[in-house]
Design a protein around this ligand. Structure first.
Ligand code: GLN
Length: 284
């Protein structure tokens, strides 16, 4: 065990330790030490000469070792911010990504009724559904996931955020949704090709494959949702799905072939095609 260090020394050592395995070693070290001390970043830099207690030092060391093994920061601290809201996370589902905030922004910019009925398919932590409900408290938001542990996690986040109006239930895509129609269906389904080599790198190694990969080069769930949503959308309703940065063209074509209109893809902050919007205009 190391001699007891000051905050500043502990941060410096942590940063060196992580620098080979993480490209955000300094930030990772600060976030983990903030978590151990239950203090904010300003505290770390204001009280850099303060010594850690032995139990704080031990806890910090244990977290650094897990980080060295590649465990995502979000799993180590049990939380991740999304759309300026805190979300509890665990290994049962995907960690919310900044890229997905583009989908939320796109949904919020649509011209929808004041009490729009919205469905989030494969909600995971609940990040998309709960962010929408937080921004638009009058919307009637439902969220489903086929994994019971994800439903439990989304409900925990719902309670923590006080968004009691959101209905969260277990459903394999539309299996438990009957007789309902929506102004907007959103989803961030699994869309990574099962053979993608990125699956062996970074945070995704610690996330469930069921939330990440899909057969048919990653398109199976995207296509399935596109197909079935036609039965669950109100006239002029929208479907908005996140997808891989190289999947836009094929997905747009599929949506057009299925009869959707006004199909367009929105880019993320990294300038990659990230989500596609389509409208269901029922002519009968
Ligand atoms: N965007 C995520 C990633 O590339 C995957 C999200 C998903 O499959 N829905 O890591």
């Amino acid at each position: 065990m190391q001699a007891i260090e000051t905050i500043q020394q502990a941060l410096r050592r942590a940063c060196l330790l992580l620098s080979d395995s993480s490209d955000s070693a300094a930030l990772d070290s600060e976030i983990l030490l903030q978590f151990v001390l239950a203090k904010n970043r300003t505290y770390l830099f204001t009280w850099g000469d303060k010594s850690l207690t032995s139990s704080e030092a031990l806890k910090f060391q244990q977290l650094l070792e897990l980080r060295l093994q590649g465990h995502p920061i979000a799993h180590l601290i049990g939380e991740r911010e999304f759309f300026s809201l805190p979300f509890k996370v665990n290994a049962t589902t995907l960690i919310p990504r900044p890229d997905t905030e583009v989908l939320v922004e796109t949904a919020l910019a649509l011209a929808l009724p004041a009490n729009a009925k919205v469905l989030d398919l494969g909600t995971g932590t609940g990040a998309i559904a709960l962010s929408l409900a937080h921004e638009q408290p009058q919307w009637q938001v439902s969220a489903v996931d086929k994994v019971a542990a994800a439903v439990a996690l989304a409900r925990e986040n719902q309670q923590m955020l006080g968004l009691n109006q959101v209905v969260i239930c277990q459903s394999d895509w539309f299996s438990a949704i009957s007789g309902q129609h929506f102004d907007l269906i959103v989803s961030n389904p699994p869309y990574i090709d099962e053979e993608d080599h990125h699956l062996n790198q970074g945070d995704v190694r610690f996330e469930p494959l069921s939330a990440l990969t899909a057969p048919d080069n990653g398109y199976r769930d995207l296509f399935h949702i596109a197909d079935l949503s036609r039965q669950y959308l109100l006239n002029d309703g929208y479907l908005l799905m996140e997808h891989g940065f190289e999947q836009g063209a094929i997905l747009r074509q599929q949506l057009k072939d299925l009869g959707y209109q006004a199909v367009r893809t929105i880019k993320d902050y990294g300038d990659n095609e990230r989500c596609t919007l389509a409208q269901w205009v029922n002519c009968d």
